[in-house]
Write a protein that binds this ligand. Sequence first.
Ligand code: AMP
Length: 511
Amino acid sequence: MSEGAVKKEEKPRKFQAIRGTRDLLPPETAVWNRVEQTAHEVFGTFGFAEIRPPIFELTELFARSIGSDTDIVSKEMFAFEDRPSELSPPGPNEIPDDYTEAIQKSMDGGLIPSTPSNKRTVAAMRQKLAELHAAEDKRETQEVENAYLWWAFELQDLKLGDALALRPEATASVCRAYVEHGMQQLPQPVKLYYMGPMFRRERPQKGRYRQFYQIGAEVLGGSDAPAIDAEVIEMVMTFFDRLELQGVQLDLNSIGCRECRPKYVELLRAELVKVKDNLGADSQRRIETNPLRVLDSKLETEQGIIATLPRIADHLCDDCKTHYAAVKHQLEMRGVIYRENWRLVRGLDYYMRTTFEITAQGLGSQNAVCGGGRYDGLVELLGGPATKGIGFAIGEDRLILSLQESGKAAVQQGRDVYIAWMGEHARATAIRAAKDLRKAGFSVELPPVELKFGKALGQADKLGAKYALILGDNEVAEGLWTLKTLADGSQAKFTEPELLEHLRKQKALSS
Ligand code: AMP
């Protein structure tokens, strides 16, 4: 078989989006834009400004802030070493001299860190290579092998690059940025919001993706006034209200502080140990690792037991009790309806005191659209000054899913005007008309090649255009343009300025 024939048979591979990721396509992207635009507007009215942190950071930033025992950090991060691709670990046929020199070159070129430790390691590797060659000259096979093993052993000490991870959430980045840019010098509190993709290696299902999007906000500064907590929650609720999100339910809890929470956790652990045999495997494990998470359990058989466990509200210290009562009062003053939920504990380590979660309808088991809470001390943990903080993250994918399920995701589609033109004179006029109409803010479809009027009108229909502007030689000669309203088929003639005026009026009427 000739080479050409083989090629013909080989079908090029078709690619698909990676599991847990997806393409957001039109017309749905218009809903995403509307949601994001509404966030910009609503958050702006509360005095928040946008921050755009990078998509990847040092893995350690997330490990430190989210907690290395959490599922996110221990199992779900997309982590990688930032090393030049030509320095992937040496293969079995790799010549160690070449590899050592490649490392030296990369260090000189700044591709891998030129640290004292790395320099020492390369020197040691060179030393082992010298021993290897000496042994080769003497044909001492065992010695050659040993020297090679020592060379490989030294290599392990080399730090080729930083350990990085795609962000699983953005609070850590915002706090890092607060410290890095000395934002404590700005008028406090600093109010920031963000939106963008996050990455977690979770098991994909409806409403749960490996690349998903969050819209979130953080308030950082010196004060932990309960009014700040209440206003942040009021802002999310206002946003949801503006989007007409249906079945919104706000759950609220206080999970105490460094003083009272550990005591409660110990008490909870002691009680859980007593009923250990009646719990499922996950909860049994969590008695040791994170007893609070047992309260999260959805397991039917555990519900009766959980109902009898001690509740944190009865074990808050006086400061936390006062703070929690004031947050609730402040929410009531703002007309925000909440439900107290003593079992609401958030998965991430950094939360304290106020925690909240918002659910919406139409989402099945993954019905949380927003989670948030207070995290005083997180900025300090990241090397910054003592700072109070509170924030939330909305799952944008789920928010949009819920809007779609409840029929609140309608977006205007189609074009305002389709220009049906025929003839060379009409082409020039059509180009000019398209320019003027677009300048006036109308969406215009201008077919690139001449079409018979019948075909053009069919296209206009398919594209959902409101109007067809018909430009033939007659229209151009008379200076009177025909506008056809596609919904009812009616036609009228206009001069150019009249036409613009007419379309403007109709647009104003329909909006
Ligand atoms: P968290 O950062 O875990 O507090 O999550 C905040 C919100 O982000 C949740 O309430 C969800 O709406 C959303 N979310 C978290 N993980 C995912 C995921 N894997 N896929 C889609 N949305 C998610």
